[in-house]
Design a protein around this ligand. Structure first.
Ligand code: DGJ
Length: 730
């Protein structure tokens, strides 16, 4: 059974195909974390909670609550007793005091996984997964906390969340309500996070775990360019292929904290959840609060093993629309920015049709009076000066060429210079008496309010019904500031940022439900909301506004640590790069994009004949090998972010019959021999043929001997290698 309670030992056992997660009950009913790691069959593991150990401090007695709390590995730590590490739960009672002590009340084990109301969350039916709901309670506050754990039969990921219910007679306020925590002994861990900035998202940061809190966070109202809502602990010696690694990521897109803390006893507490700063959620009697979900993965097969578990989990149990057709596309943004009209778009469409590109995205600038970024957000009606006949005519004309229409929208925003703002200035999120902070000349709509959501949704849905639109890019181009809503009383303002996210989720849920044939791609100034929460609604996300191939290799490598390649919008852009001036070959730009959701982000009518001739070749490669990257197993072979010279990744189909390797020599190496690249993920004894050279070698041969590449001269040279499994050497 994947989930069991062993009454005699007081142990809860969660079993995934390759890992075991154990919790135990202490004498006083406190729920402790016992073990999480590679599978162990034993149930008598409660000793790992160390409750019987004699403390050494003169003031410590294991019988006294403060001493006990200071060391006990709480499964869901609460603030106010003697546990001074980062808590998951803080509760302020009606007197203003903050203290909470949770004790076991009961549990149920059920097949399948119930949805989390209003929140993105993993899914799975009976037979695919099982869920443990473990209820703890504080007898003084009459607060009930239900911890949910889902284990899946086909993946080593574990989903966790908490629901907090006020079963008492008076109001309480949650000043922290995180999703999950984990208690580990420090096994010589490094902490990995994915920091960055606009156009420089998700740089892999790996450093030694040291005392005190370390991790990632966002207080921007979005998961942000600056960090991903994820955290990884990897043994210092862990590589892509080997070593113990723990990973956690949140199915959430707003303010977050993912933190590891090495404590005084060399133990590590990891917490993941909504950032407590600025958060406050009032619960009247009978009300409850549901935290977002956290996904935990443990792998002994290094970072690569962890990534593959996250990828499979998200593709099978989180991303709805994973199997949707991912059309090749051309986007107007870096082609024309705001400077376009129907003629230009149709010229682009004609060129797209000739090359075989399936869809044209009309990005920012098609609506209101928007010729730059100063106006019109909120007025989701075509600018018929630019587009006579509107999107409908454009869509029909493109359709006649065999090219589908996609559009860009930014539904969460309003420009001061817009009809919407003139009619409803109060729809913008501002603090009364204070000039709101503009960013990109725009304000955020107060999506905590139903009427504001209705106003946006009615416009967007009417638009989608008015024209043959097959794809929507949902953008979000600024952080939240002036976080306040008149719809809540003062004591509830701490709910605003989370209620905003719930508003966004509700809108996207409506969109994907009402328009199931539309492909949704999320975006936030590139990758400022690249998280598992958004992936629940859109199978792909615009990875970064940085479309330059060498930088993209690094950004995509960082994202792929957690997120599947299929989720990354990746486009071939113009050279010199608009973002950093770098010049790279068209062929290499194609190969870097091939590994994600493929497209072009340049005016293809302006290409040289030689470049243009490459487009059908790239599209053919995307048709043949795109599915290998989207659905196969990903292996990171080399990282130019690490070695400074070359980059290599590969993907292998699940049946191991086809493998595709992308290699890029980012900087040329003077007077060097060929490079030897050991491949991964092949079936050892099977034979594989290099489709270009005809060489046949066993999987072991390619993995242990490897592939010789180069020597190449020149920067940014790339090579695509395809290996197919064959029966004989001929
Ligand atoms: C930011 C996005 O990341 C870009 O791709 C583009 O859509 C612009 N916004 C348009 O304003």
């Amino acid at each position: 059974m994947p989930i069991e309670f062993h009454r005699r030992e007081g142990i809860f056992r969660l079993e995934t195909p390759g890992t075991t997660y154990l919790m135990g009950l202490a004498e006083d009913g406190s729920l402790g974390h016992v073990y999480y790691g590679p599978s162990v069959p034993d149930n008598n593991m409660g000793y790992l909670m160390r409750t019987g150990e004699r403390p050494l401090g003169p003031w410590e007695s294991p019988r006294e609550r403060a001493s006990f709390d200071d060391v006990f590995p709480f499964e869901y730590p609460a603030f106010g007793g003697g546990d001074f590490r980062e808590p998951c739960l803080r509760v302020r009672d009606a007197q203003g005091a903050e203290s909470c002590a949770l004790r076991y009340e009961g549990h149920v084990i059920r097949p399948g996984k119930p949805p989390l109301p209003g929140l993105p969350a993993a899914y799975g039916g009976a037979g695919e997964c099982d869920t443990l709901e473990l209820t703890l309670q504080d007898p003084v506050l009459k607060l009930r906390v239900t911890l949910s754990y889902t284990v899946f039969r086909d993946t080593d990921a574990i989903c966790r969340s908490a629901r907090i219910e006020n079963a008492g007679g008076g109001p309480v306020t949650l000043t922290a309500a995180l999703s999950a925590s984990l208690e580990l002994d420090n096994e010589d861990f490094d902490v990995l996070t994915l920091p960055g900035s606009w156009a420089r998202e998700r740089t892999i940061d790996r450093r030694r775990l040291s005392h005190g809190p370390q991790g990632a966070h966002s207080l921007r109202g979005i998961s942000s360019h600056q960090f991903s809502p994820s955290i990884i602990l990897a043994q210092h010696t862990a590589t892509q292929e080997r070593g113990l690694v723990y990973g956690g990521t949140l199915v959430y897109s707003g303010n977050f904290l993912t933190q590891a803390e090495l404590d005084q006893f060399e133990r590590v507490r990891v917490v993941l959840g909504i950032h407590p700063q600025g958060f406050g959620w009032r619960l009247e009697p009978g009300e409850s609060f549901q935290t977002p979900e956290a996904v935990l993965v443990c792998s002994e097969e290094g970072l690569g093993g962890m990534s593959r578990v996250f990828h499979d989990f998200m593709r099978r149990h989180l991303i709805r629309g994973q199997g949707k057709h991912r059309p090749s596309l051309v986007n107007s943004w870096e082609s024309f920015y705001f400077d376009f009209n129907t003629e230009k778009l149709l010229d682009l469409g004609r060129a797209a049709a000739e090359c075989g590109i399936e869809l044209l995205v009309v990005d920012d600038g098609w609506f209101g009076a928007r010729d730059d970024d100063n106006s019109s957000l909120g007025d989701w009606r075509e600018n018929t000066g630019k587009l006579p006949g509107g999107l409908r005519r454009l869509g029909e004309e493109l359709g006649a060429m065999g090219v589908a229409l996609g559009i860009w929208v930014e539904p969460e925003m309003v420009s001061k210079d817009s009809d919407l703002y003139r009619a409803h200035p109060d729809y913008a999120m501002t603090i009364p008496g204070r000039e709101p902070a503009l960013a990109r000349n725009q304000l955020v709509l107060d999506l905590t309010r139903r009427e504001v959501r209705e106003c946006v949704y009615s416009q967007i849905s009417a638009l989608l019904r008015s024209a043959p639109i097959k794809y929507v890019k949902w953008d979000m181009n600024r952080p939240l500031t002036d976080v306040y809503t008149p719809s809540l009383p003062p004591e509830r303002q701490g709910e605003t940022a989370h209620r905003y996210m719930l508003g966004v989720y509700e809108l996207q849920e409506r969109l994907v439900t009402d328009f199931p044939d539309v492909l949704l791609e999320n975006c936030s100034s590139g990758g400022a909301r690249f998280d598992a929460g958004m992936l629940y609604y859109s199978p792909q996300i615009w990875t970064s506004d940085n479309t330059e191939a060498a930088d993209r290799l690094r950004i995509q490598e960082g994202a792929a640590l957690i997120f599947p390649l299929s989720s990354m919008g990746a486009h071939v852009a113009a050279c010199p790069s608009h973002i950093n001036g770098r010049v790279t070959p068209f062929e290499t730009r194609g190969r870097v994009s091939l590994t994600g959701a493929f497209g072009y982000e340049l005016d293809i009518t302006k290409l040289t004949p030689a470049e243009r001739a490459l487009i059908p070749v790239q599209l053919e490669e995307y048709k043949k090998y795109g599915p290998v990257f989207r659905e196969g197993d990903y292996y990171r072979l080399a990282s130019w972010a690490g070695n400074g010279v070359y980059d290599a990744l590969m993907s292998v189909t699940k049946d191991k019959s086809l493998a595709v390797v992308v290699f890029v020599q980012v900087l040329s190496r003077t007077n060097c021999r060929s490079l030897r690249l050991r491949l991964q993920g092949l079936e050892g004894p099977a034979l594989y043929r290099d489709t270009a050279t005809g060489e046949v070698r066993s999987g072991f041969g390619w993995m242990r001997g490897g592939l010789l590449l180069g020597p190449f001269t020149g920067d940014f040279v790339s090579k695509l290698t395809v290996l197919e499994r064959v029966e004989t050497e001929k």
